[in-house]
Design a protein around this ligand. Structure first.
Ligand SMILES: NC(=O)C1=CN([C@@H]2O[C@H](COP(=O)(O)OP(=O)(O)OC[C@H]3O[C@@H](n4cnc5c(N)ncnc54)[C@H](OP(=O)(O)O)[C@@H]3O)[C@@H](O)[C@H]2O)C=CC1
Ligand SMILES: Nc1nc(O)c(N)c(N[C@@H]2O[C@H](COP(=O)(O)O)[C@@H](O)[C@H]2O)n1
Length: 245
């Protein structure tokens, strides 16, 4: 499923936490999946949803562009990083690294550019919730779009997914695909639990403990997927849906 989805997007995105933890390849390791021929569709009706064509204007060539969110350049990218080895072997593309470091180390920039990657300089702004300097997802997507990339799969990890699933970003998400495997990941597993929107309350902005005037508004309804589809796939179940409005 992951590689099928990678084959359908111009770009795939992970956070620096994933890049450091996994040294991922971030390439597509299946051949492009063709749309089913009409003759293959039983009784003239599709037994499964037809394979979607890539987004209009997409530059999909079989390999997605890895996009790594690394504001402080914590990822020690070297010529031996898997993504760079795959780029040299013609089995993947070198990453675009979204950073707020205006002058990345010259050697790393040269290495990246020799492989066809680049740094994309993006300014961070204070997060409305905690004041931390963060990238706004609209700015990230605009920077990716300016490179001619028209579709992006946000693959992980937990912090990236939580930040994108924040209520204020819901309108940016076309669809959500979750694979559920019969596995407990344990303490080191990825926890996805985006913040919940506050509901209509008295809005007093108090300490959140009290009742009535001055208390924090109660939480609004929990976020849900609309029209969810559950598909068994081997031992796993794949959940697809759109964010409910
Ligand atoms: N099962 C699955 O499908 C997947 C699992 N994973 C797993 O996820 C784990 C890593 O997850 P996690 O540790 O949460 O790390 P992430 O990969 O989510 O990266 C988090 C880092 O990315 C940067 N970042 C994320 N969002 C923003 C933003 N809006 N603005 C600025 N910077 C941002 C921050 O870097 P900084 O701290 O430098 O500010 C942050 O610490 C790995 O173990 C990996 O195996 C990963 C992908 C898929
Ligand atoms: N196990 C798993 N299932 C998925 O559905 C995933 N999207 C991932 N994602 C991440 O993919 C990376 C694997 O490395 P390659 O890029 O394929 O070399 C790794 O970062 C996983 O955390 N994983």
């Amino acid at each position: 499923m992951t590689h099928y989805l990678r084959s359908r997007h111009d770009a795939i995105c992970v956070g620096v936490g994933t890049a450091i933890a996994d040294d991922p390849g971030l390439n597509c390791r299946i051949a492009p999946v063709p749309a089913p021929a009409v003759a293959d569709i039983p009784n003239g009706k599709a037994a499964v949803a037809p394979t979607p064509t890539p987004f209009p204007g997409s530059v999909v060539t079989g390999q997605p562009r890895p996009v790594v969110i690394d504001p402080q350049l914590r990822w020690d990218l070297t010529s031996q990083s898997k993504v760079m080895q795959l780029a040299r072997a013609g089995q993947g593309l070198a990453p675009y690294i979204i950073t707020s470091v205006s002058e990345p180390p010259a050697a790393r920039r040269s290495l990246l550019e020799e492989h066809g990657g680049k740094f994309l300089l993006v300014q961070q702004t204070p997060d409305a919730r905690d004041g931390r300097q963060r990238f706004d997802w609209r700015t990230i997507l605009a920077a990716v779009r300016a490179e001619g990339l028209r579709s992006i799969m946000i693959e992980g990890g937990g912090e990236v997914i939580n930040s994108l699933l924040s209520p204020e970003n819901n309108e940016l998400i076309d669809s959500v695909i979750v694979t559920i495997a019969p596995t407990w990941l344990g303490r080191g597993g990825v926890v996805v639990s985006p913040p919940r929107q506050l509901g209509e309350g008295d809005g007093g902005g108090g300490d959140g403990k009290g009742e009535g005037k001055g208390a924090r508004p109660p939480p609004g309804p929990a976020a849900r997927l609309a029209n969810p589809t559950w598909l068994p796939l081997g031992e796993d179940v794949v959940l697809c849906g759109r964010i409910a409005k």
